[in-house]
Design a protein around this ligand. Structure first.
Ligand SMILES: [Cu+2]
Length: 463
């Protein structure tokens, strides 16, 4: 697509300028102090040596945790210091469509030295994250994935918290990047990283006062890995999944029944630190060979006499409840594609292959002309989206701009909390329910980036 055509397509938007702010008043956003982020090359010591050619928001640190307050305007200016184009997406936040950061669908890619202004008011508190939606594989694999916290209006009663960005890096013996994917694995479960990290470190230890109440926020920002998480050393409570408070009691994850969390998903645990100084709680990944410790919490100092019962319940977020009686069912099927084609991703990078599809049509590319929505939903109506995986591989299916909840699976009992990402296991069908409450063209894709970038992507229109 040419720049001229794109501008027409965007109905008056222009590169580097402020687009119309649906649902956000200019007056309120202008009053907020803008945050300035600069996407740039970085280096960091991973696995004993300095990894070069990373991508972050400073030259020597992981992307920072962004904090904002529920119902308060947030403004950020994102500047691109890379050679490649970029665009920033706020995963799980119900933003106005123009603020969603999806190139060609909601904005023009951000060129080198350009700045793009994003402004939105988060409606929902919880744990979310941010990442580029252009040159996605290249920039995410090099490090550009960060945690975004929307704080509740009132304290829930924790003494302290630990925020953990879980992800792999694909590094060789010398700690330098190796090829991000292989076509063979892209056509299957995806290519795993070689070094598992938490906040870019291997099994970091965070100290908390003995017996304290800790809010532990775990965020899976990896491009491929499906985590199977459990905690050793102490019991606690699952309080939120994918940003939103749990609606029913979710079992504490154990080594035999770990919490399965795909790329893009999050879990929040309330943990009471062990009453004995020096005792540890270890968040562990259950893998085929040996369980892998990811992050450790250690009790230090004089014991606080705290109890999980001291915590307030997390307040529910104001997500509209779908009317299941009147909801129309819309079906989608996710699987391989019989069609081989070269996708047109414009300035946003192609892996050069097509392996996957939605409704048996591979995504023709971010910048392809005449792409049509997979479905058109009427603003304000309730829908059940039937998501059917006809492949043997798992797909974390992410819908932008709208929040939904699973209502049934053909394989298992799912927690019914609100979410933005449904992890479809092998041959699983999950029905999700939502109100089409946010107008716009919303990206709808697998969050295994190799799957997304080789066809398993599309968009849903709400109008
Ligand atoms: Cu997938």
């Amino acid at each position: 697509m040419q720049r001229r055509e794109f501008l027409r397509f965007c109905a008056g938007g222009s590169a580097g300028a402020v687009l119309s702010l649906t649902g956000v008043s200019i007056a309120t956003t202008a009053a907020a102090e803008p945050l300035r982020l600069r996407i740039q090359k970085a280096r960091y010591t991973i696995n004993g040596a300095v990894t070069q050619d990373m991508v972050s928001l400073s030259q020597d640190q992981p992307p920072p945790v962004l904090r904002m307050k529920q119902h308060e305007p947030f403004v950020v200016h994102v500047t691109n210091d890379l050679e490649d184009y970029t665009a920033m997406h706020w995963h799980g936040i119900r933003v106005p469509n123009k603020m969603d950061g999806v190139p060609y669908l909601t904005q023009w890619p951000i060129a080198r030295k350009e700045t793009w202004r994003y402004a939105f008011t988060p409606e929902d508190a919880g744990t979310y994250w941010y990442h580029p939606h252009c040159m996605t594989m290249e920039q995410m694999a090099r490090g550009l994935t960060g945690v975004l916290i929307v704080e509740e209006r009132e304290s829930v009663g924790f003494d302290t918290e630990t925020i953990v960005n879980l992800r792999d890096f694909r590094l060789g013996e010398d700690s330098q990047f190796i090829k991000f994917f292989s076509p063979r694995m892209a056509a299957r479960s995806g290519t795993l990283g070689t070094v598992m990290t938490a906040n870019w470190k291997q099994n970091p230890v965070y100290e908390h006062q003995t017996g304290a109440l800790v809010r532990l926020r775990l965020v899976a920002t990896d491009v491929t890995r499906i985590y199977k998480l459990f905690a050793t050393g102490e019991h606690g409570k699952v309080i939120a999944i994918d940003g939103h408070p749990v609606r029913d009691t979710v079992a504490w994850p154990t080594d035999v029944a770990p919490h399965i969390m795909g790329p893009g998903q999050r879990i929040e645990l309330a943990i009471k630190m062990p009453d004995r100084e020096g005792a540890e709680v270890v968040i562990t990944h259950q893998s085929g060979q040996a369980p892998r410790p990811l992050v450790t919490l250690r009790s230090v100092g004089a014991p606080l006499k705290r109890n999980l019962k001291d915590l307030h319940t997390l307040p529910a977020n104001p997500v509209p409840e779908p009317d299941l009686k009147s909801a129309e069912v819309v079906e989608f099927v996710f699987g391989w594609t019989p069609q081989s084609m070269k996708p047109n991703n414009g300035y946003c990078g192609s892996l050069g292959y097509t392996f996957w599809s939605i409704d048996r049509k591979p995504w023709p590319g971010d910048a392809a002309d005449g792409t049509k929505p997979l479905a058109e939903l009427k603003l304000g109506r309730s829908y059940i989206l039937r998501l059917r995986n006809e492949s043997p591989n798992a797909h974390p299916i992410h819908l932008h701009g709208l929040t939904f909840r699973p209502i049934r699976s053909n394989q298992r009992n799912l927690p019914s909390n609100w979410t933005d990402t449904a992890l479809l296991l092998k041959n699983e069908t999950i029905d999700i329910a939502l109100v089409a409450s946010n107008p716009g063209d919303w990206a709808f894709h697998c969050h295994v980036i190799e799957h997304q970038k080789t066809g398993l992507a599309g968009f849903i229109r709400v109008s």
